[in-house]
Design a protein around this ligand. Structure first.
Ligand SMILES: *[C@@H]1O[C@H](CO)[C@@H](O)[C@H](O)[C@H]1NC(C)=O
Ligand SMILES: *[C@@H]1O[C@H](CO)[C@@H](O)[C@H](O)[C@H]1NC(C)=O
Length: 280
């Protein structure tokens, strides 16, 4: 019972801390959203993911113009002048063409979110405003953090990329911290999917159990604990979270049985005492 309580308490605190993180992220996004929404001029929105490349468009209405500049609004930092990067941060690069002078921001960080301005030297000067929003991609394995699989049956782990704006370059699978994508283990295959990767184990053996991590090139990794159930184990252990409850029931029913036994012993003893008193 104590363990069950501990687990409940632990899961509650984990839940609370993730909630706090989400709330903070929400607040930061709200601030940027407000800055973008209250801006007096029309703005375009661009969504990019951390670690990826953001492309901020700057469309030209006339083919031959002078020097196009890009400015970050929050600190008035001049980022690019013509086709050269002016900022000391080399992640800012302009991609000139006859109709568009897009600003590329490589290896995007959360702090890059906000308003950007492209100035086109026509008469009068044209300003184009872009609101850059950042998402952080993460991975999900349905069934995580604990999966139970019967020895001899097949195991299929699906790793899905969430909140991503770009596909990953690669998705690595780790077992106990060791990358297994290119292992020549028979019966174990890794396949790329549209938005993630699948790991398939044809016939699960006991040495297939353990900690598996899916780590896409551009997203937060996720881990899952694989528990291989040996043939001789009781089926009650197979039902994931259910085994906790059933062992709790078993425990309490054992307690009940002990209590009844004690009661019986006690009653028998009492009658025995009366019997002994009466007939001696
Ligand atoms: C990835 O694919 C799964 C199922 O195929 C889907 O549930 C999930 O929403 C997808 N994620 C994204 C970011 O598209
Ligand atoms: C599994 O491995 C990952 C990566 O090494 C680690 O962060 C995580 O804590 C491990 N999970 C368990 C349950 O050991």
């Amino acid at each position: 019972m104590f363990t069950v309580l501990l687990i409940i308490l632990a899961s509650q605190s984990v839940h609370r801390s993730t909630e706090a993180v989400l709330q903070r992220r929400h607040l930061a996004n709200n601030q940027i959203e407000r800055d973008c929404l209250t801006f007096p001029e029309p703005i375009k929105e661009v969504l990019a993911q951390t670690g990826g490349t953001a492309v901020l468009p700057c469309k030209l209405t006339e083919p031959s113009v002078g020097i196009v500049t890009w400015i970050r609004r929050k600190d008035r930092q001049l980022l690019t002048v013509g086709s050269t990067t002016h900022s000391p941060d080399a992640r800012f690069v302009v991609r000139p063409s006859s109709s568009d002078w897009s600003l590329l921001i490589k290896k995007v960080k959360k702090q890059d979110a906000g308003l950007y301005e492209c100035q086109i030297p026509t008469v009068p000067i044209q300003h184009q405003f872009i609101c850059l929003k950042i998402t952080e991609a993460y991975s999900v394995i349905p069934g995580a953090p604990d999966l139970y699989v019967k020895q001899g049956s097949s195991l299929r782990l699906e790793c899905q990329l969430m909140a991503a704006t770009e596909p990953p370059i690669y998705v690595f699978w780790y077992r106990h911290g060791r990358m297994i994508n290119y292992d020549d283990e028979s019966g174990v295959t890794v396949k790329a999917t549209k938005n993630g990767s699948t790991l398939l184990v044809e016939k699960t053996k006991s040495n297939h159990g353990g900690n598996y991590t899916c780590s896409p090139s551009n997203a937060r990794p996720v881990s899952v604990m694989i528990h291989v159930i040996e043939e001789e184990e009781k089926p009650a252990a197979m039902q994931g979270g259910g085994d906790l409850r059933s062992s709790a029931i078993k425990f309490s029913s054992n307690l009940g049985l002990t209590f009844i036994m004690l009661l019986v012993v006690h009653t028998v003893q009492k009658y025995l005492n009366i019997f002994i008193l009466r007939y001696t």
